[in-house]
Design a protein around this ligand. Structure first.
Ligand SMILES: [Zn+2]
Ligand SMILES: [Zn+2]
Length: 393
């Protein structure tokens, strides 16, 4: 089959690879109809995620048809149209049973990397390095889905492929950011990053009762989408001081909830010295992640407020303002998404018209265009929010 493979920093190639096969009786094979790029793929392409190997297939947000199933798969059938949650759970361990499937004890067959780096090992992720399980990704004609009954969800009648595909990753990640922040009616929420996940976090914050949501970015098309599609007020961090603007908008109090939908490759155009410092330290390996957004959230958040982090971090950061966080009594919530607990609720929101993620798909392209498509996505050229590949045409 055809697949989009990682071959090194900034080196993606479309290659011929063997078709996936059933490995475990709980597996299914999905014929991929749509497979989306995601901001966290850029950390792979930019070389910030160790344990990638040449030839690894990337991609983790996808929709398709089940074409083969293992003998122990009970709830799914050949011909079902499904989405699959990008973070893999086993469905049986304590974490999976308690709605924290991204902390699954069993779905990562290579636990030693994470145990060494993090102390404990979390779930496997499709197409996201050998440290996260070495699972082949979805930018391919076919993909193997392990523990299929737990991870794959039949798309309800009346929900189009274009809406459903994002229930794999962008929608539950944004929804979880809002959900774990404990948003209460009347809250004011600020969201850093207006890419796909940030857009969905904004919509989800409103669904959970927020009164005002402010989206922060510097790309005009993303700020416009945040206003027009999900009703946010917006701040362009390249033009205003984010701290000052947020205080002015909240009578000097600061937002109740601050959401990080950016992660480890944050820019800080508003503070050139800090940005240079972070980039220099990252370049020589003295810090692995750039924490500009985290610092700004800690400074801006109201006293006693909550920071909710779904942008991906991988390693260590420098100059973390622990004193501010402690003395302001901030609560930190964070994690990879637990989409298995949200998929049913999110499909319901889509069906009744509360939520329509289809506008995230600004480009639909064949898999052959993969390398150029990622370049466009990385450079945010042509107002690209997300490219979705359609391997079957
Ligand atoms: Zn993702
Ligand atoms: Zn589990």
């Amino acid at each position: 089959m055809k697949a989009l493979c990682w071959n090194g920093t900034d080196d993606l190639r479309v290659e011929r690879v063997p078709d996936p096969v059933l490995v475990n009786p709980h597996d299914v094979i999905v014929k991929v109809a749509l497979s989306s790029v995601c901001g966290s793929d850029l950390h792979l392409i930019d070389g910030y995620v160790p344990t990638m190997r040449p030839g690894d297939i990337i991609g983790h947000e996808f929709l398709g048809e089940i074409v083969e199933k293992g003998p122990e798969v009970r709830y799914l059938n050949r011909g079902d149209r499904v989405i699959t949650v990008s973070i893999i759970g086993c469905g049986h361990c304590g974490h999976c049973q308690h709605g924290e499937s991204s902390l699954c004890d069993n779905s990562n067959p290579n636990p030693d990397y994470a145990r060494t780096a993090y102390g404990h090992c979390g779930a496997g992720i499709f197409g996201y390095s050998h440290a996260f399980g070495g699972y082949a990704g979805s930018h391919a004609d076919y993909i193997r889905v392990p523990y299929a009954d737990f991870n794959a969800f039949r798309v309800p009648e009346g929900v189009s492929d274009e809406k459903a595909v994002f229930v794999s990753d962008a929608v539950p990640t944004g929804y979880m950011a809002a959900d774990m922040a404990g948003i209460k009616p009347g809250d004011m929420v600020a969201v850093w990053g207006c890419g796909g996940v940030g857009q969905m976090a904004i919509r989800s914050a409103y669904l959970l009762g927020a009164e005002r949501v402010i989206g922060i970015d510097r790309f005009p098309d993303r700020l416009r989408a945040a206003q027009m599609k999900v009703g946010a007020e917006t701040l362009d961090y390249s033009r205003v001081d984010v701290f000052d603007a947020l205080q002015a908008m909240t009578g000097g109090r600061g937002p109740d909830v601050c959401i990080d939908a950016v992660g480890m490759e944050a820019d800080s155009a508003s503070n050139a010295v800090e940005d240079l410092y972070d980039r220099a330290k990252q370049a020589v390996g003295l810090q692995t992640d750039r924490p500009a957004v985290l610092r700004q959230m800690i400074e801006s958040c109201r006293k006693g407020g909550t920071l909710s982090i779904v942008g991906v971090y991988g390693g260590v950061i420098d100059k973390f303002p622990m004193g501010a966080a402690m003395n302001k009594g901030l609560t930190f919530r964070m994690g990879q998404q637990n989409g298995q607990r949200y998929a049913g609720r999110l499909f319901e929101h889509i069906r009744n018209g509360d939520l329509d993620p289809s506008y995230l798909m600004t480009h639909r392209l064949p898999l052959d265009d993969g390398p150029q498509a990622y370049r466009m996505f990385k450079e945010k050229a042509d107002d690209c929010m997300r490219v979705v590949f359609a391997p079957q045409g």
